[in-house]
Structures are given as structure tokens and as C-alpha cells.
Design a protein around this ligand. Sequence first.
Ligand SMILES: Cc1cc2nc3c(=O)[nH]c(=O)nc-3n(C[C@H](O)[C@H](O)[C@H](O)COP(=O)(O)OP(=O)(O)OC[C@H]3O[C@@H](n4cnc5c(N)ncnc54)[C@H](O)[C@@H]3O)c2cc1C
Length: 422
Amino acid sequence: MSLTDTAIIGAGPYGLSLATHLKASGIPHQIFGHPMHAWRDFMPPGMIMRSEAFASSLYAPQRGYTVEDYCRLKGIPFQRVGMALPLETFVDYALWFQSNLIGDVRAVDVVDMQRTKGLFHLKLSDGGALTARTVVIALGLKGFEQTPPVLQGLPGRYVSHSVAYGNLTWAQDRDIAIVGGGQSALGLAALLNELGARVHVLVRDASVRWLERPDASRGLISRLLSPDAGLGRGWACHVLSEFPQIFHLLDDRRRRRIIEKSFGPSGAWWLRDRVVDKVRISFRTEVRHAAINDDRVVLRVRSGHDESYVTADHVIAATGFKTDMRLHRFLSKEIVEAISRKDGLPDLTQNFETNVRGLYVIGPATAHRFGPVMRFVYGAKHAAPRVARHIGSSVSADSRDGVRSAAESPIAEVTNQQSGTL
Ligand SMILES: Cc1cc2nc3c(=O)[nH]c(=O)nc-3n(C[C@H](O)[C@H](O)[C@H](O)COP(=O)(O)OP(=O)(O)OC[C@H]3O[C@@H](n4cnc5c(N)ncnc54)[C@H](O)[C@@H]3O)c2cc1C
């Protein structure tokens, strides 16, 4: 069994960014996961990034590794905002980032993790094993998809979640109902329609909120009044994009209100012309019942006081995600029980550490504590350096105090840095 200081579980934008910071700080580490797996295998070819180009970079300590640097190197015209950045370019960029700055990523899954005497013991899908003092979970959204209960009883071949795509050619010439009114629903609707599927989108709200195309040529005054921020435009977006530590200091109620109210479903500017008047959309709808009849999905849909039936060959739930630590099947029961959490969401210190000493979480699963920026690649610029610094300082403190041996830490040992007290 090998031994390392820090194991990073997940090789998406967050895990890869963190690896560069640990490397720069000289902290021994290993990173596990298929690099950019969610982006390469579970997002549809032809997808355009929702985030602006300047907000789609992974985050390294050294200069020269942003999307802009990559585009310059490859001769791809770059625009900070208002550029439609294709998924394929983003994935190529991230793999270039990885091969230049990180090198070795072990493309395996962690299948089991136990903790004894303060050390984490990991089992890997290739039969390997590893012990680490510190573990950072950077697993993104996969496994957290939410399908409305009314659709859950349908056989798998009639229903899927938007997170599952991938190639869409199977849908050619078929009737597809999409439930949802956000970016995933509208993005899939455009791509499926262009591939020759007949698409019907069922939106709960009274309209789609389309985002405006940012204007790259705005003058200084306009940019000062309403800056382009990682999450969008305006000062509120700027604060949420740049100061997740302030969000962390808010009370539960305020944090929940911001998450629920501020960033509801919307469609990116580059999608509007591909959807409006091209794809059938019904508003104020709620799916009340779903059944299979004659090899077709039949949805009973309420709209106001009326009810009607929508039939399709397949229904896609583009209904979002809900992160929940209990769903990480590789975590031992003892670790899950030891993590202090509410409704499945881990309590986290300002340094992204759970109350189980040495166990950190980064990425979308931390949005409840650090705000909506963590649902996007942009949040890696805050999480990666912060976590690396904290791991670095605990490595030095432990070596100084001579406590690197595992003995002292019982599993539920609570750190002295509970949330909000730093
Ligand atoms: C359709 C869609 C479009 C999106 N568009 C944008 C966008 O334009 N801009 C933006 O900023 N955000 C976008 N997002 C959000 C974005 O996906 C997340 O913010 C981002 O991927 C989170 O990165 P991550 O590193 O946390 O996880 P991910 O990128 O999801 O990576 C997870 C990693 O974990 C690995 N893994 C999984 N299980 C295991 C295991 N058991 N052991 C080891 N490794 C494992 C995977 O192989 C992978 O390497 C989009 C999301 C979706 C669903």
C-alpha cells in the first residue's frame, strides 16, 4: 500500500486546479479520477459554455495557463466576454492545463474509503490502495441529479436526466419531452432540434429568463457601474464571484435565500435564437402523472386550471441537482456519520474542511457555504489556493509539533476551526 500526504478524489476543474497549487507548495499528493470525465462523456458535443470565456479558466498559481493563454497559443480568436466558447475547446484547454502542470493523474475511481487513527485508507478500482493524511473530495455534480418523483417510476429507457449526455444522435427523428426551463433544458432543446428531434419543453415558470449578450466594447464608465463578474454582470454578481468568504459568514437563512432567489433558471444569450420560435415550449406547466402506453411516455400536465396530455418517445428531466454527502458510496458509514451536516450538506470551515479532521470538500457541493460561484469553474480560483494553503499550514504545524503519526485522531475529531470562527 502506498502512502501520500494528500489524496485528491476527482480530476475535474476543481481537482486539477488544486493539484497545481499543492505541487507548487511542495505538498506530496496524488490525484484520482478520469480527467475531465464529466465534460468529455456527459455533456453533449456542440455544447457552448455557459460561463464567459474569462470565467472558464482552471486556476494555477503560475501565469500563462488561462483559456485566453490557450487560445493565443492555438490561434483561436479570444474575447473575454460575449464569446461562444465550445465545450470541445474548453476540454482541450483543460487537458493541456493538466499535461503541462500536473502530469500524472491516476485515471481510476476510489471505491472505498475508511478512516482509522486519523489516517484515510482508500481502495481503488484498479485494485490498488493508498493511505493519506488528508483527503479532498472534488467530485462535481455526478450522482446528485434530481429527477421529479413523478418521473422516477418510469422504466429507464423512457426517462433520463440531462446530466447523462453525451452523444444525442439516438434522438434523431423522435419525440422528446424536456422538463425544465434552465440552461440544461434549453441547451438540450436547441441541440436536439438541430439534430432532427421533435422537442417539447415543459417549463414551470411563466416565461424563460434569457440573459443578455455581454458587450465586449463597453466603455470604462459602463464597466465601473456594472462590472463583468465571474457569475454575470453587476456589483452583486461581483461580490458573490469574488468574496465567497463573506457569503460563508452569513447566517443560514440569508445564504439559502441568495442561493434560491438570485440565480434561478435562465438561458444563455447565444441560445435564444436557436430556441425561440424553433422549439415548442409550454409555460406554467407541472407534470402530474407519467405512464407508458403503446411504447410512448404519456405525461399528464397541469397548466393553470387545465390539464392536457403530452406524449413522447422519451422524457428528459433537466431538473437540476441536489448535493448530498450520503450519496458518495465509497465513503464508509463511519465517515458519513461523523461528518457534521444538514440535509446531506456538509458543514465546512472557511478552509473547506469538514469537521472530520483532514477531510475537505471543494466544488459545487460547497455552494451552500460559499455561494453560487462554487457551482461554476470560476470558484476553483478561491477554493484551490485556500485549501492548498491550509493543508500546507497543517503539514508544517503537525511536523513542528511532532504529531504526524496517526495515533491521536479519533474519527469524529472536530477541528478547532468550526465554521465562522476563523
Ligand atoms: C450541462 C452542464 C453545463 C455546465 N456548464 C458550465 C459552464 O459553462 N461553466 C461553468 O463554470 N460550469 C458549468 N457547469 C458546472 C460544472 O460542471 C461544474 O461547476 C464543474 O464541473 C465542477 O467541477 P469539479 O471539478 O467539481 O467536478 P467535475 O468536473 O464533475 O469532475 C468530477 C471528477 O470526479 C471524478 N470522479 C467521480 N467519481 C469518482 C470516484 N469515485 N473516484 C475518483 N474520481 C471520481 C470524475 O472522473 C471527474 O474527474 C455545467 C454543468 C452541467 C451539468
